[in-house]
Design a protein around this ligand. Structure first.
Ligand code: PLP
Length: 445
């Protein structure tokens, strides 16, 4: 066999060669089908092979694919920015386009710092985040992330930004109800601000629902509201990282809308183009834009391919598709069905410790013992084992970190395209059952 010149995530790993995709399925060159229960990296939100998107792509490509954003604007970029402003229905009015979620959160960091510089507060540079979080792989984004596995190799290059506890109620160490625990976690932000000094802090960043770093941790009601209140009281910006949760994934266009909270800056990526093309966005309110407009009038950021018309046209077509087909509402419905069915499986499979999530962002945490919540032994490597079994049984699931240290737990994310039908949900469950039976057999050996 010819040696491959392409570097794969795991060198020497086995990667099926995909030939095409349709709806929630991918097909490899041998004709085997895979039910995409993770939408790739929680990205293929409208499913694969949607003709409307291919048409929009071709139309834009036949007009113009690329112009440099410092020289020209384009209909596609203008319309996409307007679409985002109208879909988010609030103060988020200004989009800055980049090419990946990491670039979007790193741009948010830079804009937050610039916002204060424009107001003669250059010492406001620190960003507070949570020790269970993922905001991206570039050094600035990773500095804000509490993802031990991804950080450890580069720790000397990263800023040591302060972090607070995630609202991980499943592993709450205190004997309190979820609301109280949520308030305790949120109040840690106030403690951190008082310790460091609000005059040093530019912003607080959080995912409304923690994705890869915690397997769909949904905060208790009141938590998100309290965080916003603390940010306002101490005059620091509130950044919502909606790269994974944005545009319908959790049953609303923005996950932060579940709690009625308006962030100052929001980042989008992944589902924003459904994976049809690389594009991401950092979106700001008037409040954030005003001092920049009055001051330097220039955002120090952006990339060669930022706002390229081809990606913008594709993203616009994807967002139109999400809106037209009411995919956020649909995700709320099918997600509730899947969560209920998965929770019912806890009786059958004693290693399912927790099923959590909102809409079609669903986490399953695996344990040795449902009562004590003791994690499975490390040697079992449960997350990777389940992913491998999934590949064998024709279902793709996504790995996630879990456990009180974000390392010792095992978890997966189930996040199929928002277009999935109830019948397809049953097919998903049936394939997952096969994986779980096989995993149970392995555990028994
Ligand atoms: N933010 C969140 C919440 C994410 O889940 C991710 C990716 O998983 C990122 C940022 C980084 O996005 P990208 O991989 O597109 O750089």
């Amino acid at each position: 066999m010819k040696r491959s010149s392409l570097i794969k995530p795991v060198l020497g790993g086995v990667y099926p060669m995909i030939s095409h995709g349709k709806g929630i399925f991918l097909y490899d060159q041998t004709g085997k089908d895979y039910l995409d229960a993770s939408s790739g990296a929680v990205t293929a939100n409208i499913g694969h092979g949607v003709q409307k998107i291919n048409e929009a792509m071709l139309k834009q490509a036949s007009e113009v694919s690329y112009v440099y954003r410092s020289q020209f604007t384009s209909e596609a970029a203008e319309q996409l920015a307007d679409k985002i402003a109208s879909l988010t229905k609030g103060d988020l009015q200004y989009s800055f386009f980049v090419n990946s979620g990491s670039e979007a959160t790193e741009t948010a960091l830079k804009i937050a710092i610039q916002y204060w510089q424009e107001q003669n507060k250059p010492q406001k540079q620190k960003i507070i985040s949570r020790w269970m979080s993922y905001h991206g792989i570039t050094l600035g984004a990773l500095s804000m992330s509490g993802h031990p596995i991804r950080r450890e190799r580069f720790s000397t290059l990263l800023e040591s930004y302060p972090t607070i506890s995630p609202p991980y109620y499943y592993r709450c160490p205190y004997n309190v109800d979820d609301y109280t625990y949520g308030q305790m976690c949120a109040n840690e932000l106030e403690t951190a601000i008082r310790r460091i000094g609000a005059d040093q802090i530019a912003a607080f960043i959080a995912e409304p629902i923690i994705g890869a770093a915690g397997a769909a941790i949904v905060p208790p009601d009141g938590y998100w509201e309290r965080l916003k209140q603390i940010c306002v009281e101490h005059d620091i910006l509130f950044i919502a990282d909606e790269v994974m949760t944005g545009f319908g994934r959790t049953g609303k266009i923005l996950a932060s809308k579940h709690w009625g909270v308006e962030p100052d800056i929001v980042t989008f990526g992944k589902g924003m183009s459904g994976g049809y093309t690389p594009i991401a966005a950092t979106v700001m309110t008037d409040k954030v834009m005003e001092p920049i407009m009055k001051g330097s009038k220039l955002i120090i950021g952006g990339h060669t391919l930022s706002a390229n018309p081809l990606s913008c046209a594709v993203s616009l077509a994807v967002l139109n598709y999400i809106e037209k087909h009411n995919l956020a509402d649909r995700a709320a419905e099918t997600g509730a069905y899947l969560i209920k069915q998965l929770q019912a499986r806890q009786e059958r499979f004693s290693f399912i410790g927790d099923v959590r999530g909102k809409g079609l962002l669903i986490g399953i945490e695996f344990v040795q013992n449902q009562q004590t919540k003791e994690p499975l032994p490390k040697r079992i490597d449960a997350t990777n084992e389940i992913i491998k079994l999934g590949m064998q049984h024709g279902i793709i699931v996504y790995p996630a970190a879990a456990g009180l240290d974000g390392v010792t737990g095992a978890a997966i994310i189930i996040a199929p395209p928002l277009t999935i039908s109830l019948g397809e949900c049953d097919e998903l469950l049936s394939r997952l059952d096969q994986v779980f039976y096989a995993f149970r057999a392995k555990l028994a050996r």
